[in-house]
Design a protein around this ligand. Sequence first.
Ligand code: PMP
Length: 320
Amino acid sequence: MKPYKKYRDLVGNTPIIDLTHLAEDVHEDVQILAKCEFTNPGYSVKDRIVAHIFDKAEEEGRLRPGSRVLAASSGNTGAAVAMMAAWRGYKAFIVTSPKCSQEKMDAIRAYGAELVVAGSYMAEAEKMAEEDPDLFDVDQYANPLNPEAHYHSLGPEIWDQTKGAVTHFTCGASTGGTICGVSKYLKEQKGEVEVVMADPVGSVFYEYFRTGCLGEARPFHVEGVGKAGIPKVMDFELVDDVIQVSDQEAVETCRKLAQDDGLMVGGSSGLNVYSALKLARRQKEPATIVTVLVDSGLKYISKIYNDDWVAENVYQHTCK
Ligand code: PMP
């Protein structure tokens, strides 16, 4: 019989697409490319890290069918954990924040996981892990396997798909796993690759990168990126610059992508594309700028694709 793949075998090897047509006033040899991470089985980039963390733990005998797993998550890691727990026969407990979209919360429950919603969701998960040592904590904010997953998969895919032509990589960060893992791999191949973080206005990363001081976080609505503190996994040595993007810029970019290109992605993908366009305008020489379409817009229909919600909720911050 012909060996067909299972759904679970479809993590990674995502398509890369050309978004250069979105750029205006740029050098004629500047190209903008984006990895379609929403084509992963759980519709986000986070499938890569959860597959890697679970594979390693199974190899080491720390996870087996019947195990119980825990993840603090803004929603995508939680969905990936819940989905892969269903495949592998674990029971998943996910802790997320009230900011998480209804669609992401519903998806986590649909995969059969138990969902806890808590204001201090990272602290709540830490408490649950302390109280129950049998729970396997994915711990994406401190787990070195998070950036390592991207070092072994997303980074090499970008290098191969651009045939080494990539000159810039830009994306937002929460744990920092994506940006740090990809940066490490690309810089090892070609030291001059420039890595630029896209940071929501209100997150502390921008100021921390410029001054080394931890400023005060302000509210913003784009989900899954930006932070009020610096996670352990985040290594600013691997970041060359930070571009700030407002809620409005990110959401408008999402809506433009949906309405002009039929490409419906989440808010952090809008933030990433906005950052790539800004970076493109800065280039005086040929460049290949790569970014990430992190997750599907279907996870945010009730938010960024809803006019009433946007009018009431999107912060009209301006960038510095
Ligand atoms: N965008 C979205 C929608 C996310 O869920 C996440 C992860 N929280 C990111 C971007 C940032 O990825 P990372 O944690 O690898 O920095």
